[in-house]
Design a protein around this ligand. Sequence first.
Ligand code: LLP
Length: 404
Amino acid sequence: MKYINKNFYIEGVKASKLANKFHTPLYCYSYKKLKENIYNFKNNFRSLNPIICFAVKANSNLTLLKEIGKFGLGADVVSMGELTQVLKAGIKPKKIVFSGVGKTSEELSFAIDKKILLINTESKNEVLELERLAKNKKRIVNLGIRLNPNTDAKTLSKISTGKKEDKFGVSEKVFLELVKYAEKSKYINLKCLSVHIGSQILNHRPYEKMLKVVDRIIKKSNYKFDFIDLGGGMGIPYYKKSKTLNYKKYVFAIKKILKNYKSKIIFEPGRSIIGNTGVLISKVIYVKSSSKKSFIILDAAMNDLMRPALYGAEHEIIPEKKTNQFAGKTYEFVGPICESTDKFMTSKKFQKLSEKDLVIISDVGAYGMSLSSNYNIRLKPPEILVKGYKTNIIKKRQKLKDLI
Ligand code: LLP
């Protein structure tokens, strides 16, 4: 994705052409970038030969899941809907893990029937419910237990999951009790310790800390885990001077603990696979100026891309067509929704924009479309996959009749 002669291109296709053809707001993904990310991820962890399960919550588009599956990735799902979707995408049950803090009996039962790789449980009562269901079905289920390692991921507070006050996983004490319980159960086969300390992590140190806790607790449990599921969380640079995660140090820390066990590593990456593959193309509806600043009112809003409103997250906005004319005042990029948080970013240095100009909102492949909503009865935008010079509608724009 880059500028050619001052116009923004997604692979071989001009963004303005896509906007004319499919209208805005519009999600566009680059196949090449997706492929590149998967190769990079595999390369970074090659020496561990892990099982890689794409975290479907980051992006659940059926075509993208099919493409991801073709590269050999499995899936990490958190609901019956996601599980159904990945099976439809052709991902094999033996490559699927089911995570989540509150899986219902119906969801657990569905997962048992589908014979997936692992059900990662997050409480004592969930383990008991799973055992009850397995007994009724006369089945033995493969189970993981998610440990809460009480580790600060040092990321945005709203996407941190590994501290003891967070709702996720079980404490060391409960974990050890559950290992003992599982050892005696006829219907559950404990296979995995799982952890996930948060998302958008750019510093390897929280991972190191978490691994030390994992190591200590596995030793204490004196149990042979077939798998250690380290979750996802690998962050991506959302702006130019951002830090990047040091994968070498993360791998080094993992290898250090693996010296003691023969467990296979599972990863559940979402953002690092799909985040930078997507952009949201949007059109300026109005420019509303006051003496100090101008509001650039876009046709994309917080319902299309929730991350800025929900977490104060930043997504760079760039012009579709570069000019040399600067605005000379502050621009505040906002959506049309009647909420003050419907705001994408503020820029003191942007080129002059006029009504009907197009802008590109960057790095929206992860938790963009998947977090979108119909707030204000706004229609969800379409999704387009670009492969070289080819474009493919992978999700149609919603129609009012779908909603009303
Ligand atoms: N595994 C588990 C158990 C998770 O809870 C998550 C994300 C992942 C894997 C994938 O994490 P990733 O590799 O994508 O960081 N909506 C927020 C992010 C929430 C992440 C929730 N869990 C955002 O837009 O930043």
